[in-house]
Write a protein that binds this ligand. Structure first.
Ligand code: BDR
Ligand code: CA
Length: 317
């Protein structure tokens, strides 16, 4: 079985990524570490437990990681994911936070990787604070990983949070920098523009969400607000405008569990702009090798959409 650790800031697309991992037959989730991001850490924890409950998998350990970025100003994406981070639909039966593991998320991450050296695929779909702190505490961590998949950053300097910045990289820019510098394990990145150009037509979503299962009903409920938002006038200048549902985090997860899904990619050294007046948080791609970095990451360009849709369908069955 493929061993995964998910590092999440459970909003709507993280929720779907978790559901996809749970539905994959040959995958074992060692644990889910939570980070501040779409919503404050406490709500991320609650949302993660809600997703696990909806899938009847509260046996999976959930850990609390960092509640604040290293240096960036704290920010959340409540406009899109809702004030509660999961579409603001009331859930009176949400599991309580007593189900969260006592061990700190960053320490748990280090321990799980150590106990499964060379076997863990880490999928990060949140601001990268937990990963940055983990590598500070254990510099040998990247060497012990099998692979790292990240949803974040830009490839064409089109932002969704600042002019040039994608949310996960803006919400903790220093952490993104540390991770891209220090994680020299095989790394694959699903950037914002990549996810936009591979988004799902609304007609597919209608059909997909009408599956007669509890998981589909849950997903339909929590994604209602973000759908309304992305079809609203406010979002008409986004790249996604008019294109459909962009479940960003799911692409990183899908590639982590089935790499044959990626039909086009490129290898390039990357870093993150820390200082730019307009460009702080932007991912920089060094196509000319001027930064002389040995480590290259895989930048996802295209996926097999039919396979991806099949995986999405399985996630809600
Ligand atoms: C990323 O930011 C969050 O809002 C999403 O969950 C995703 O991880 C997209 O920019
Ligand atoms: Ca996320």
């Amino acid at each position: 079985k493929k061993k995964l650790i998910l590092d999440v800031d459970t909003g709507v697309d993280d929720a779907l990524a978790i559901m996809m991992a749970l539905s994959a037959p040959d995958v074992e989730i060692l644990g889910i570490t939570c980070c501040h991001g779409n919503t404050p850490l406490e709500k991320v924890l609650k949302n993660t437990l809600r997703v696990l409950k909806a899938c009847n998998r509260l046996d999976i350990p959930v850990y609390a990681g960092c509640s604040q970025p290293l240096l960036s100003n704290k920010q959340h994406a409540s406009d899109y994911h809702g004030k509660d981070g999961l579409g603001d639909v009331p859930d009176p039966d949400a599991p309580g936070l007593e189900l969260v593991q006592k061990k700190n998320g960053v320490k748990a991450l280090i321990k799980m990787v150590k106990q499964n050296q060379g076997e863990v695929t880490l999928v990060a779909t949140a601001p990268l604070t937990n990963l940055a702190v983990a590598v500070q505490l254990d510099p040998s961590l990247p060497k012990k990983l099998k692979a790292l998949y990240i949803m974040g950053g830009n490839i064409e300097s089109r932002g969704n949070t600042t002019t040039c910045g994608e949310f996960n990289f803006v919400a903790d820019t220093e952490a993104a920098y540390v991770v891209l510098e220090r994680y020299t394990c095989p790394t694959t990145i699903a950037s914002w523009e990549f996810t936009c150009s591979n988004s799902l037509p609304w007609s597919f979503c209608d059909q997909w969400l009408s599956l007669k299962t509890e998981k589909a009903a849950f997903m339909k409920n929590i994604s209602c607000l973000s759908r309304t938002k992305s079809q609203s006038a406010d979002y008409q200048k986004e790249i996604t405008a008019g294109q459909g549902f962009n479940a960003c985090d799911t692409y990183a997860l899908a590639a982590a569990i089935n790499n044959s899904l990626v039909t086009e990619s490129e290898q390039v050294a990357v870093t993150v702009e820390l200082d730019g007046a307009c460009t702080r948080g932007m991912m920089v791609l060094d196509y000319m090798d001027l930064l002389k970095k040995k480590h290259k990451v895989t930048i996802m360009k295209k996926v097999d959409l039919e396979k991806f849709k099949q995986m999405l369908t399985n996630s809600l069955k």
